[in-house]
Design a protein around this ligand. Structure first.
Ligand code: FAS
Ligand code: PHB
Length: 393
């Protein structure tokens, strides 16, 4: 089998890349280790930067998002009995974010790829990216016990943090940077109305909490938890009690609780692999970087990598320029590191880090300063809506 771009991974990165390439007439085949149902079952991100929403529209997969998604013009920070709204629209000259779950983004991209007749192999086994330092890269895998080989021009490693692509790079060719946080997020999904019309990020002496949503009838909540915690340690009642204790009193008093329909614990980590291009293989999205979800950047960073890769591949095929491909890694990394900074900063600002009273006073002073000064609010707002994309020329 031959294609121009072999994509490993059918998460948001792989599916979005496949769609953008297809609209340029650039062929791709996607190879995914899990079933489509399994991929859709992972509950993850909920907030799309304006740039990510625009990319979905460009990919021809934004129609349901525009119909069912919710445009949010601000969010709140709650601390020390206060609730401070960050007015994204006013502080960024009109930019907003779209609240629309990653599951729905993935569903829409899967449907768009199927409608376009895109080839996707699900439940592929023993997937191997090979020959990417030469001129004839290929991806081989087992499907229903048969070995399949895809000859291609380029390989897009969209296979997430635990994927095979980054692991296939010689150790001496890659540098990894990592910070693992000493706590996790316990998240639940409940068929209840959201606690508030916009997201609330709460910094409390007991720990961090986040009130988010997927729709007017589906809410998503998180509380900071110990890395020693197991989901079974947290009954629904224990979760709701702890969430209430960390929220502003008025929000806690009006909280609608209900049975959890999904409950999971996510570890928090900052991670970046440099560079992101190895011969004819590109690392994309979580395959190359991870952020703690406090800044709502994970999915959005993946989308911006995809945008950059789509742009350079489009120029390469349209103009025959191989040199343009060398821009991919530096352009992505400049934006990635700024999003890593914001995500690390929001995590350090809002979570219970230790029992040191001085640390807590520094956090409260930071929160007080950044929510009181116009410069501080603008800093938060312009990072949250997404910094400008890197130009590709
Ligand atoms: P993904 O991990 O989504 O997709 C990679 C795909 O590759 C998967 O389908 C996997 O099955 C497949 N794959 C793996 N190995 C393979 C192999 N060897 N062969 C073939 N296929 C292979 N981001 C936010 O913005 N907000 C959040 O709240 C948030 N919460 C998260 C919670 C969790 C538990 C996790 C893990 C991530 C969370 N993220 C969040 C980040 C998340 O949304 C990612 O940024 C996003 O999924 C990135 O998309 P991909 O790069 O496509 O990687
Ligand atoms: C979510 O809705 O899952 C969500 C929203 C904002 C974040 C993290 C997660 O920062």
């Amino acid at each position: 089998m031959k294609t121009q771009v072999a994509i490993i991974g059918a998460g948001p990165s792989g599916l979005l890349l496949g769609q953008l390439l297809q609209r340029e007439g650039i062929s791709s085949v996607i190879v995914e280790a899990k079933s489509a149902e399994y991929v859709l079952g992972r509950i993850r991100a909920g907030v799309l930067e304006q740039g990510s929403a625009d990319l979905l529209r460009e990919a021809g997969a934004g129609e349901r998002m525009d119909r069912e998604g919710h445009v949010h013009e601000g969010f709140s920070l709650a601390f020390a009995g206060r609730r401070e709204r960050i007015d994204l629209k006013a502080l960024t000259g009109g930019k907003t974010v779209m609240v629309y779950g990653q599951t729905e983004v993935t569903r829409d991209l899967m449907a768009a790829r199927e409608a376009a007749g895109g080839v996707t192999f699900y439940e592929a086994r023993d997937v191997k990216p090979e020959g990417f330092y030469g001129d004839t890269p290929r991806v081989s895998f087992l499907k229903d016990g048969e070995r399949v080989d895809i000859e291609c021009d380029y390989i897009a490693g969209c296979d997430g943090f635990h994927g095979v692509c980054r692991q296939s790079v010689p150790r001496e060719a890659i540098t990894c940077f990592e910070r693992v946080y000493p706590f996790g997020w316990l998240g639940i999904l409940s068929r209840t109305p959201p606690a508030a019309p916009e997201l609330i990020y709460a910094s409390h002496e007991r720990g961090f909490a986040l009130c988010s949503m997927r729709s007017d009838t589906l809410s998503r909540y998180y509380v900071q938890c110990s890395l020693d915690d197991r989901v079974d340690d947290w009954s629904d009642d224990r979760f709701w009690d702890e969430l209430r204790r960390r929220l502003p009193e008025d929000v806690a008093a009006s909280l609608t609780t209900g049975p959890s329909i999904e409950k999971s614990i996510a570890p928090l980590r900052s991670f970046v692999a440099e560079p992101m291009k190895f011969g004819r293989m590109f690392l994309v999205g979580d395959a190359a970087h991870i952020v703690p979800p406090t800044g709502a950047k994970g999915l959005n960073l993946a989308a911006s990598d995809v945008r950059t890769l789509h742009r350079v591949l489009s120029i390469r095929y349209r103009e025959g320029r191989e040199d343009i491909l060398e821009q991919y890694s530096p352009a992505c990394l400049r934006r990635i590191w700024k999003a890593e900074r914001f995500s690390w900063w929001m995590t350090s600002l809002l979570h219970r880090l230790d029992d040191d009273p001085f640390s807590r006073r520094m956090q409260l002073a930071d929160l007080d300063y950044f929510t009181h000064s116009a410069a501080g609010r603008t800093t938060i707002a312009e990072n949250y809506v997404g910094l400008p994309y890197e130009p590709i020329a």
